[in-house]
Design a binder for this molecule. Structure first.
Ligand code: IPD
Ligand code: CA
Ligand code: CA
Ligand code: CA
Length: 263
């Protein structure tokens, strides 16, 4: 077994175990706190799940680095060696309000390059995973390569907040796109939205501000099926910094970029 195959087996075991613990927590009372504002939630389960992964990783891979949303990992200034980028619960608001549509998201990078990506939709028991160069899977089903779709036949994911006055984008830029597409959706979990792109359930996804743990795994998954992952300006993502995100099917990504975003 190669080092990556062994690591893959370990992560899957840990993800399944963490998912089970989260599902079992539904019957218990949650401890909910707010972070940067009253809608930015964190629960005891976000923290416990991140701590669980960190304990497992530290116990097995002493020289690996960890970047976790809840801050129990390392403070990293650069990506060197093997780095785990973890969002213990992506979609905390959904976790709290709906008990569904949230995911565990883990990307494993070697230096700057994403090697393994996992997005586990805990309630639907769907594990999206990819190994760089070997394709992407949903549970045991290999995901087919993505192909172009016309804008007017596409379904894109977008949070309605970007269509109101906000400091990151003029809604007038997005309005013609929203008018042209077949439909828009918003799932409230960037990781699930990226997994859905990889699985062909969505054709593109736009977000104005995400953090490395939101997109680390999704980037690997989408690129493995031939999708395109950039920021809103069409530039490469920086795996250590916050940025906007624009992902989509090949062809469609370019069309939206030139006909709508860069006009
Ligand atoms: C959030 C979700 C949400 C996105 C936010 C993220 P969290 O992550 O991915 O869909 O719109 O920007 O912060 O806080 O639930 O892990
Ligand atoms: Ca959060
Ligand atoms: Ca997140
Ligand atoms: Ca989170």
């Amino acid at each position: 077994m190669t080092k990556w195959e062994e690591l893959d087996q370990n992560v899957r075991t840990w993800i399944m175990e963490a998912g089970k613990t989260i599902r079992e927590s539904f019957k218990e009372e949650l401890n909910i706190k707010t972070k940067s504002n009253r809608n930015d939630l964190v629960t005891n389960m976000d923290e416990a799940t991140e701590r669980y992964f960190i304990e497992k990783i530290r116990g097995t891979y002493k020289d690996h680095n960890i970047l976790g949303e809840e801050g129990f990992g390392d403070e990293l200034k650069e990506l060197s060696g093997v780095t785990w980028i973890i969002d213990p619960i992506d979609g905390t608001m959904n976790f709290v309000h709906q008990q569904r549509n949230f995911a565990i998201s883990i990307g494993v990078y070697e230096n700057q390059v994403g090697v393994l990506g996992y997005i586990y939709d805990v309630v639907h028991d769907e594990l999206y995973h990819a190994y760089r160069g070997s394709g992407a899977y949903m549970n045991d089903v290999k995901l087919p390569k993505l192909s172009d779709v016309p804008v007017e036949d596409s379904v894109i994911a977008l949070n309605a907040q970007w269509m109101t006055t906000n400091k990151r984008i003029d809604p007038a830029v997005l309005a013609p796109l929203v008018q042209k597409v077949r439909g828009t959706r918003s799932y409230g979990s960037a990781a699930i939205e990226m997994a859905y792109i990889a699985a062909g359930r969505l054709d593109a996804y736009i977000s104005m501000r995400l953090a490395p743990w939101d997109f680390a795994a999704g980037k690997i998954l989408i690129e493995e099926v031939g999708g395109v992952v950039t920021d809103l300006e069409g530039k490469e993502l920086d795996p250590l910094n916050k940025s906007s995100l624009f992902v989509g099917k090949p062809g469609l990504h370019e069309t939206i970029m030139t006909d709508y975003l860069k006009r």
